[in-house]
Design a protein around this ligand. Sequence first.
Ligand SMILES: Cc1ncc(C[n+]2csc(CCOP(=O)(O)OP(=O)(O)O)c2C)c(N)n1
Ligand code: SF4
Length: 245
Amino acid sequence: MKTKEYIRPKSLKPTQTHYCPGCTHGIIHRILAEVLDEMNLREKAVAVIGVGCSCFAERYFNFDCIDVAHGRAPAVATGVKRANPNLVTITYQGDGDMTAIGSAEALHAAIRGEKITSIMINNAIYGMTGGQMSPTTLIGQKTSTSPYGKKAEEAGYPVRFVETLALQEGVAYAARTAVNNIGNILKTKAAIKKALQAQIDGKGYSIVEILSTCPTNWGVSPKEALKWIEEKMIPVFPLGEFKEI
Ligand SMILES: Cc1ncc(C[n+]2csc(CCOP(=O)(O)OP(=O)(O)O)c2C)c(N)n1
Ligand code: SF4
């Protein structure tokens, strides 16, 4: 029988994470760590980490990290990159962090064509604070602040943020992927590589939005959460590359 040895990427620390069972934040951490190792970027990388369930990511990543206030990651990343253009600067943000309080910051970083890369973890909810409605919450989805289901006439439609950013001239690469199965995990890895390469080549802003689970606040099992991405999220948030220059 063929076996594969699990080797921890150098860009991840040998420690446990605090994420709930079935949360795919951890898978995305590993993908990013593998990419940084494979592209030999560990010593050049700076992750600017937003507020949300991933706010402790600096305990797990084995490269430089900065924790910043809610929504402000693109501004801090801009400062880091402009101060030292040789660094590879990555924002790691939830959908609440990026499309609610940080929407203006992200949009303007894209408009300015900042040579930074954003990774947005879209789990259609505010995970850390107990499952409140986010701009990405689906129509009809029950959350702690929409207990009868989100209504478009009250709260608006789920925001397709990465498509909006892709329209901006300063954007070099924009994609949406998911981590609900092996094929999509591999596509996520490829998209992160392309996004970082666009930054390294000085082409402009790059973003990968990743559909991710929150079984705890969706009220489903880890296995059902993977199905939930497939059946409920992907029809609303289509996967694909929206821009590549
Ligand atoms: C200015 C500000 N407003 C609100 C909060 C409270 N807060 C902390 S995390 C969070 C939600 C984060 O959700 P998301 O970005 O989707 O990440 P997730 O936890 O789902 O990974 C909120 C509202 C805060 N810390 N600062
Ligand atoms: S609350 Fe949701 S996003 Fe946060 S760690 Fe748990 S499953 Fe993950």
